[in-house]
Design a protein around this ligand. Sequence first.
Ligand code: NAI
Length: 345
Amino acid sequence: MAHNAYTVTLIPGDGIGPEVTEAACRVLEATGLSFTWDVQNAGAAVAEREGTPLPDAVLDSIRAHGVALKGPVTTPIGSGFRSVNVGIRKALDLYANVRPALTLPGLPRSHPNVDLIVVRENTEGLYTGIEHEVIPDVAAEATRIITRRASERVVRYAFEYARRNGRRGVTVVHKANILKITDGLFLKVAREVAQDYPDIALREMIVDAMCMQLVVQPEAYDVLVTTNLFGDIVSDLCAGLVGGLGVAPGANIGEHIAVFEPVHGSAPDIAGKDIANPIAATLTGALMLRHLGEREAAAQVESAIASVIAAGRVITADLKSGLPGARVVGTRAMADEIIHNLLTN
Ligand code: NAI
């Protein structure tokens, strides 16, 4: 049927990116939906060949299709090109970075009953790239931009998400006690937006206290919304609560365009060995299915992953400790297990 066929930009990325996106695509195809993958290359390998890590063709493709599945790309530290991720988010105005952290029962070393959504402002804050040396080698300065417009739309997104998904409350995470003007504005705008949502409770939490609370009682929180850098850090903490980067999906949402990518990076230490965990990329694919309106297929993928974990027979190397009875399998074999489960249940 026509509405069951999708054209999606696929950016395999660097390091483990091609391995985990290939696995995710195979699982998505096993749902019976039909995908045409418009493969576009971005990242460190492309930069060597084409002089830029983010060729225009990549952005053109995402604009044309409105949706992309992206693997991680390597960003050199200290020198070299600017982050491809920041480039894509800015060029396409993907203002909300959404990172769910959900407990997969049966996974050791994960907190029970976690069901968090971190909504991170994705276009400004300390990620403006405006920094300079005040005195070379002695002092350096970075500019943190917070605007009413960006704050309002990301907070509104968090409240809309909460309402749409029957969530209890939104916690705004800030540091307005110290960053009185920048985070002061973010918090003020959040309070204003909250007035439009009397059915959703607003909580306020200073970021350091939030981190402590998330470690101690993560099940007490629901949707979190915060500025760019805090969101980057808090969302990795949340990923750690439910098993780590190997199982943490993510989405970058704009007005008309969405780019889906796992939270993890290109993991050069394990790249090309068929040992990376494909679950984060596959759960990311499920988020994409939901965005496309394919709720049933998304639920199929998520429940196949949950069943494989709950059965405890196979596991990838990153999650092995604590599951002594499980056989360690590679990226491809884990995808095969998920597909087998999806097709037989
Ligand atoms: P990373 O997430 O690549 O790796 C951190 C640790 O987690 C490593 O030990 C790695 O082996 C492990 N890991 C990550 N994903 C895994 C998976 N799916 N299965 C099993 N183990 C996994 O973070 P790192 O090392 O800080 O960054 C490496 C590169 O990735 C850097 O160039 C960084 O800029 C880039 N990066 C890109 C992102 C993106 O494109 N969205 C996000 C984060 C980092």
